[in-house]
Design a protein around this ligand. Structure first.
Ligand SMILES: Nc1nc2c([nH]c(=O)n2[C@H]2C[C@H](O)[C@@H](COP(=O)(O)OP(=O)(O)OP(=O)(O)O)O2)c(=O)[nH]1
Length: 158
């Protein structure tokens, strides 16, 4: 059976109730995906809960502590396993909104740059292919928080 490995990641925003900026992170490695942008996070280790793994990854990668918000529930179900986002043919990712409670985020290990992206700039960086539907979902959340009405067919155009 092709079981995907669980990756946990954070959509770090400025405010959990009224999000208006998302922290994007540019991968530095491996070469195949260097230069693409993603949600900070990584693989859960055996024995860790997803939340423990995510707190550990964010401490290691960015040097921050966070408060987790709601999960951005994905559409994909693993046979007998996780519900999340099939970001690659080998990984299923679960993503939570998060807010920094301690530290200033820095690209410590896996990233070259970090950038706070407001709604109008969400698509100005080259996201990893598997992340695009997740960024769309976040765009919807930002629009809801700002009271913006998307144009009909707006998403289909991308
Ligand atoms: N962290 C993260 N990984 C993503 C995203 N989108 C996406 O396709 N991926 C892929 C890249 C990797 O192939 C895989 C996650 O692996 P990783 O390299 O971040 O995991 P890790 O920190 O535990 O790294 P390692 O110990 O295996 O070196 O998922 C994303 O938004 N965040």
């Amino acid at each position: 059976m092709n079981t995907r490995r669980l990756v946990v990641a954070a959509a770090i925003v400025d405010d959990l109730d009224r999000p208006s900026r998302l922290l994007g992170a540019e991968r530095s490695k491996p070469a195949a995906i260097a230069g693409r942008w993603e949600f900070p996070g990584g693989k859960a280790e055996p024995g860790e809960t997803p939340a423990q793994a995510l707190h550990r990854e964010l401490r290691e990668e960015l040097g921050v502590a966070v408060e987790l918000g709601t999960e951005i529930i994905g559409p994909d179900r693993e046979p007998g396993g996780h519900i999340g986002w099939h970001i690659t043919d080998r990984h299923v990712m679960r993503v939570w909104f998060a807010r920094i409670t301690d530290g200033a985020p820095r690209p410590l290990v896996e990233h070259t740059r970090l950038r706070w992206l407001p709604l109008a700039h969400l698509w100005t960086v080259p996201w990893l292919d598997g992340d695009i539907p997740i960024v769309r979902r976040i765009e919807d959340a930002f629009e809801d928080a700002a009271g913006v009405q998307p144009l009909p067919g707006d998403h289909a155009a991308r």
